[in-house]
Design a protein around this ligand. Structure first.
Ligand code: BG6
Length: 346
């Protein structure tokens, strides 16, 4: 029988696999159809878990982290805003700058608006609102009859003055609006913060995405390329130095702010045993990066850092804008963020 005139099968438009998203007990969880997942606590809009498709956890979270809103979450990605308290010597350094408004030099005056706030600001101690999600479909060239899986999901979180305690509001009395977006994709995790000045006067802020990366062994990692970059070393009395190492290895307490980095050049955490890139971090609008590991004594001294030897399995590489101040003029907005690409073997 001649089947050459057989009609083509009618395409059935199946619903593409969707990310699953849940919100319960102030915790948002999202999982992609391909298996990657992220968990965000509304407390601080803190990302507390990010797993790649094979289930490998990419972030370090202290076993003793308070997850009940009683104190900032120790681990994951706390959001530092509007201040990262500067050690006294650094605050006399004339490195204030602006990305959105006029350049301001000199240290903040003692009565600076942020001076009575907690050391890392109020964003990580506040309960944020989940604003919802948007997802994007795969752009793969699959045939039209094959439904493409959604391969990214963006979760938005908001914070505004009406959500702060009266005490905090009085300490930082500006009309601001924050939208923090956490984007999970097969390629990695993006987190970005939009700051809006909705009031009538300018304000100054700093921001830091305090990312605790999980590593197998702190003695077997290297961080690069920071050679030739200026940094302020908090461990050495906040003195300023120029990085001489082609790649940084951590073998003692480390607490440095690397300044004036090109955000498009990835900061890469590499395994020194296998040579594999474990994380590659690109930034937008964030020209500083803090590298922090508390090491033995400081880890022990922190009540919410557990286990004591957890310092061996984490390193903070914190994209930020903290060496100076960003001035945001009335009615203006600013945005900065990071994208973390995990090891291709994760
Ligand atoms: C880092 C700072 O960003 O955060 C360190 O550079 C600080 O100096 C560390 O110790 C942890 O801060 P906190 O407030 O979470 O204990």
């Amino acid at each position: 029988m001649d089947r050459s005139k057989k009609p083509a099968a009618i395409g059935v438009t199946a619903t593409p696999p969707q990310p699953t998203i849940s919100l319960a007990n102030n915790i948002v969880q999202a999982t992609l159809p391909t298996g990657e997942s992220v968990t965000v606590h509304l407390y601080g809009a803190t990302v507390t878990s990010w797993r790649t498709a094979n289930g490998a956890e990419q972030l370090w979270l202290s076993d003793a982290a308070a997850l009940d809103g009683s104190k900032p979450i120790r681990g994951g990605i706390p959001v530092v805003f509007p201040v990262r308290r500067l050690p006294p010597i650094l605050s006399s350094h004339p490195s204030r700058r602006s990305l959105a408004g006029p350049i301001v030099f000199g240290p903040p005056p003692p009565n600076h608006a942020t001076s009575s706030l907690p050391q890392h600001g109020f964003a990580r101690n506040s309960l944020w609102e989940f604003l919802g999600k948007s997802s994007s479909e795969s752009t793969s060239s699959s045939s039209s009859s094959t439904a493409a899986a959604d391969n990214a999901v963006k979760l938005d979180f908001g914070l505004s003055p009406s959500m702060l305690s009266p005490d905090t509001k009085s300490k930082w009395p500006y009309e601001f609006g924050l939208v923090y977006s956490v984007t999970l994709s097969r390629e990695g995790l993006g987190t970005s913060l939009q700051v809006r000045n909705q009031g009538g006067e300018n304000f100054e802020f700093q921001v830091l995405l305090h990312t605790y990366l999980a590593v197998e062994d702190i003695s077997k990692i290297q961080i690069s390329p920071l050679q030739g970059k200026s940094y302020v070393d908090k461990v050495r009395n906040a003195t300023e130095h120029t990085e001489s190492a082609a790649s940084i290895q951590i073998s003692a307490e480390t607490d440095r702010i690397y300044k004036d980095l090109d955000p498009s050049v990835p900061i890469v955490v590499t395994s020194s045993s296998s040579g594999t890139d474990l994380f590659s971090i690109t930034r937008e609008g964030l020209t500083d990066a803090v590298v922090w590991n508390p090491w033995i004594d400081k880890a022990r001294s922190m009540g919410d850092f557990s286990p004591d030897d957890g310092y061996k399995r984490m390193v903070c590489v914190e994209a930020g804008s903290v060496a100076g101040w960003t001035v945001l003029e009335a009615g203006e907005s600013w945005e900065g963020g990071q994208f973390i690409r995990p090891s291709s073997t994760s």
